[in-house]
Write a protein that binds this ligand. Structure first.
Ligand code: SF4
Length: 176
């Protein structure tokens, strides 16, 4: 199994979503969220496109393959720019970005930082990777692997976020 930023993001959003995804039930094609984020960045920060490049990055940790695709990486400044369409600041976004910073570190790129931008909120978070964060990422990865092996799909969470989740119909098919 390869762990990527989507696993990390889903871990913080909803364990059921993560379970469905790790078990190959992928409905993200019905959602434009990923594409949207990139488009939003390109329209919000057009001047950046020349000096930023897309970066696909891999690593191995404890015999586990890791992969991340960073949309905007400024190699000169050693900084990642991640843009979110969300009108809410979410922990999942922060950990997705920390996962990228960890991947850079595993590839020998030390001291990278990130900006997490919410143009709709006119808000920017500045993120650096601390030792405690790495410990938390290790735990997250172990939890993800355990969850994948579980035969039990976690229950629905009945949260506001469900309405915009690509699994909504699957989760609430009996309701309505
Ligand atoms: S609809 Fe809600 S409960 Fe179902 S996977 Fe999505 S976030 Fe989780």
């Amino acid at each position: 199994m390869t762990i990527n930023a989507t696993h990390i993001n889903y871990y913080y959003v909803c364990k059921r979503k993560l379970w469905l995804f790790t078990n190959g039930i992928n409905m993200e094609h019905t959602s434009d969220t990923v594409y949207d984020g990139k488009m939003l960045h390109e329209t919000s920060y057009p001047q950046r496109n020349e000096k930023h490049s897309e970066l696909s990055i891999e690593a191995v940790y404890d015999n586990i393959s890791l992969f991340g695709k960073i949309d905007f990486y400024d190699a000169q400044q050693n900084i990642i720019h991640e843009t979110k369409r969300s009108d809410k600041i979410e922990k999942a976004h922060e950990w997705q970005v920390k996962f990228y910073l960890w991947l850079l570190k595993l590839n020998g790129i030390e001291g990278a930082t990130a900006t997490l931008e919410y143009p709709l909120l006119r808000h920017t978070d500045h993120i650096a990777l601390k030792e405690d964060d790495i410990t938390q990422i290790h735990k997250t990865i172990n939890d993800i692997l355990q969850l994948k092996q579980s035969s039990q799909c976690p229950p629905v969470i009945n949260a506001k976020i469900c309405k915009s989740c690509s699994y909504y119909e699957l989760c609430y098919v009996d309701e309505g």
